[in-house]
Design a protein around this ligand. Structure first.
Ligand code: NAD
Length: 396
């Protein structure tokens, strides 16, 4: 039966899950050799089709070959090589002390596969974020059903074709589609769910998982702040912020969402940022072929509306037909504006000026935990204080 086709109905999805359950319980996915062979097969799939993958990413997001290779292809090949090198060690049972109640017994922690997994991917790195969790799923001895984003159709279609060609559906299969298909998948008795996407949809996925007590991983988004204090190397900070904010036109989960810049270096930072943008993308970035596009008109309109939420001090041009928005710096008109409330996920960067770091920390702590927090400071006490209440801190 052809499982990698569009528009799966409930019956075909149920049958697919049942086939994978049978394949898993026959023990096929457990041996080290099987896992290594399948990882090699995945690596071959990527290597054999590199040009087609880069073309699909160009069509969906206008990624240049260099950017797409670094962020979506090369990174996966490296991950596969690393996983294959470590796998035998990872699979070995580890001795563990037993409790007094079990005196005389021996204890081990034995890595066990979950079974049939579902991997739901977003559109911003549509190849990388679909395949990276699959590497882990295969390495850990699971089967997998993949669900790429409907917003990047060229990549979704190519993935469907490749997965069907390189793997049997009883082991790895792919279901294309949007909300309807994903919700159908979420009713199935999966053994593990891996979701990458927005907070909003993350809540839907977690609710569906809770109904069946399915363990899951949520890789979500959010507003990642960036603090630049008076001691920072400003040209370097401007370069790194621009790189993080403008790669894939800001459509990156860990892109700096907004800046807190110490008042003593604010003007210098703005000037340096302008210079870096020119060096990266020339005088007119939206005319520049190398500059990424916004994924679709709906997201373009969402971003264009943010331009009303403050004073534009740099950039601000848009081209709706090409779905392009210039790298833009904005002074927000208020903290209650959508610009300062929602994850931006585009090349618009709000700048807030500060004098007292404690006030900045309180502001960040009062909001949902960010995915990343960036600090540019040479002062150790500033680096340390910035760590309070955040998931990940990158100190530069
Ligand atoms: P999204 O949440 O809109 O969609 C993700 C997936 O969920 C897609 O496959 C989509 O088809 C499906 N989906 C959408 N609506 C659904 C619904 N109502 N019910 C069930 N399934 C549904 O996310 P997106 O717009 O594709 O991606 C952008 C988001 O992902 C951003 O918030 C970004 O920060 C986040 N992200 C996080 C990471 C990370 O590693 N933490 C990486 C990349 C992106």
């Amino acid at each position: 039966m052809d499982f990698s086709i569009k528009k799966h109905d409930r019956e075909s999805i149920t049958s697919l899950v049942n086939q994978q359950k049978a394949f898993f319980y026959e023990g096929n996915t457990r041996p080290l050799d099987f896992r290594l062979e399948q990882l090699t097969q995945l690596s071959n799939m990527i290597r054999d089709n590199e040009t087609r993958i880069l073309d699909a990413l160009k069509a969906d997001l206008n990624k240049t070959d260099a950017e797409a290779y670094v962020s979506e292809v090369g990174i996966l090949l490296e991950e596969i090589t690393f996983t294959m090198k470590k796998l035998e060690k990872w699979m070995k049972p580890k001795k563990a002390k037993t409790a007094r109640t079990h005196i005389g017994s021996k204890g081990y922690v034995i890595p066990e596969p979950y079974g049939v997994t579902l991997i739901i991917a977003p559109w911003n790195y549509p190849f990388h974020l679909q395949i990276s969790p699959l590497i882990g799923a295969i390495a850990a001895g699971n089967t997998a059903i993949l669900k790429p984003s409907e917003l990047t159709p060229a990549t979704s279609e190519l993935l469907a074709e490749l997965i069907q060609h390189y793997f049997p559906a009883s082991f790895i299969a792919l279901v294309e589609g949007g909300v309807e298909e994903t919700q159908e998948l979420l009713k199935q008795p999966f053994d593990y769910l891996f979701f990458t996407g927005s907070v909003q949809v993350g809540k839907i996925v977690m609710e569906a998982a809770a109904k069946q007590l399915i363990p899951l991983t949520l890789e979500l988004g959010g507003k990642s702040p960036c603090i630049i204090d008076g001691s920072a190397d400003i040209p370097l900070a401007a370069k790194r912020v621009a790189f993080g904010k403008l790669t894939n036109a800001g459509q990156t989960c860990v892109a700096p969402d907004y800046l807190f810049v110490h008042h003593s270096v604010k003007e210098q930072f703005i000037n340096e940022y302008k210079k870096v943008v020119q060096t990266f993308y020339g005088e007119h970035p939206i005319e520049e072929e190398r500059y990424g596009k916004i994924v679709n008109v709906r997201h373009f309109d969402r971003l264009a509306a943010y331009l009303q939420d403050g004073e534009i001090i740099f950039g601000g041009s848009t081209n709706r037909a090409k779905c392009k928005i210039e790298p833009t710096l904005v002074i927000p008109s208020g903290m209650e504006t959508p610009l300062m409330q929602e994850e931006i996920f585009g090349p618009i960067l709000p700048i807030l000026e500060y004098s007292d770091l404690e006030e900045v920390i309180k502001f960040i702590q009062a909001r949902p935990k960010p995915l990343a927090l960036y600090v540019f400071s040479k002062v150790e006490s500033v680096q340390k204080v910035s760590q309070r209440g955040c998931l990940l801190v990158v100190v530069v």
